[in-house]
Design a binder for this molecule. Structure first.
Ligand code: NAI
Length: 308
């Protein structure tokens, strides 16, 4: 890190120390890839129990990576896991966790007010050069950044689930984000061995803007029963998924994908505060609402559109 300059003079901050706030599904994954690529990571959550689970998740995921990568050298694999885990420290104290941080990546609950409160606190605690990034899927980066006095050093880093597997990172700049910050975030994504794409701070960025309407249209097709097979009406869900897999080359059908993402997450994206209310592509669906109300949230609860 270039220190001793005023923040505006810091060009292309080299990111070494990364603080990740939120050790859930996404935060643990981001911590894993950052630690695997030699960063010193501090993972923050609200309790030690949650953080213990996050480390367990990271270890489990690393074991799967190592099985493939070090198939013929199991000792080297063990060594790799040890080294990566050593790169991750955990904390429930945000204050100390951001003190020597070059980059803070926030992956906490999807709630604007809670994210703003967190960043407004961090803004006072973190050094001036520290870049702030949010992993939000459906909130406006500008709205989150407005709680800080470092909007030039604030951007979006939108990872995909499961983070260790998915190659893409959407790097989001707001009108206030400086070119240096964007360059640092793009560069950081490449160092993580991901492929970044730059996006504007618009609803759904690129992937969800295209994917969520596709999923919602699939749900609506199924809801209307238009594509129910006449000799086996139960097959319509499968038919929709098979059609998109074999006809459009998608690795998963849209309904299977919805179950994988989580039906509650899909609902929270379409209810996002920043969407255009006049755009029918993001209208809700009675069937989706019913499944969510019944606790059928997809893979994670054992049932959504399909049973697991
Ligand atoms: P999660 O529920 O698995 O994890 C969130 C974690 O944040 C929990 O461990 C919780 O204890 C912790 N947390 C909540 N408030 C906190 C606070 N004030 N300080 C510290 N820790 C706090 O959620 P998940 O799925 O990891 O999502 C996190 C963020 O990533 C959300 O903004 C979501 O929109 C975004 N995202 C989610 C994706 C997904 O597929 N699940 C994909 C891309 C982005």
């Amino acid at each position: 890190v270039v220190r001793g300059f005023s923040s505006s003079a810091v060009r292309n901050v080299v990111i070494k120390n990364v603080t990740i706030i939120g050790g859930g599904q996404m935060g643990a994954g981001i911590a894993q890839v950052a630690a695997s690529t030699g960063h010193s990571v501090t993972l923050v959550d609200t309790s030690d129990d949650i953080l213990k689970k996050s480390i367990k998740t990271i270890e489990g995921s690393l074991k799967r990576v190592v099985k493939k990568k070090f198939a013929d050298k199991p000792e080297a694999g063990e060594e790799f896991i040890k080294k990566v885990v050593q790169n991750v420290s955990t904390s429930t104290d945000v204050e100390s966790a951001v003190q020597s941080s070059d980059l803070v990546v926030e992956a906490i609950v999807e709630n604007l007010k809670i994210k703003q409160d967190l960043f407004s606190r961090l803004d006072k605690l973190a050094p001036p050069h520290t870049i702030f990034a949010s992993n939000t899927s459906s909130l406006s980066i500008s709205d989150i950044a407005s709680s800080t006095s470092r909007q030039d050093r604030f951007g979006g880093l939108h990872f995909f689930n499961p983070v260790p597997m998915m190659k893409l990172v959407e790097v989001i700049g707001t009108p206030a984000t400086s070119q240096e910050t964007l360059d640092s975030l793009l560069n950081f994504s490449k160092v993580l061995r991901k492929t970044p794409v730059s996006c504007k701070d618009t609803f759904g960025f690129v992937v969800n803007r295209l994917l969520v309407p596709c999923i919602m249209e699939a749900i609506r097709l199924y809801e209307r029963g238009v594509y129910a097979c006449y000799y086996n009406s139960d097959a319509s869900k499968e038919d929709i998924d098979i059609a998109m897999k074999l006809g459009a080359g998608h690795p998963m059908g849209p309904l299977e994908l919805a179950d994988y993402i989580g039906l509650d997450i899909i609902n929270s994206v379409i209810e996002g505060e920043t969407k255009d209310p006049n755009n029918p592509l993001f209208n809700s669906s009675d069937l989706l609402n019913k499944l969510v109300a019944e606790g059928k949230l997809g893979r994670k609860t054992g049932e959504g559109f399909f049973k697991y």
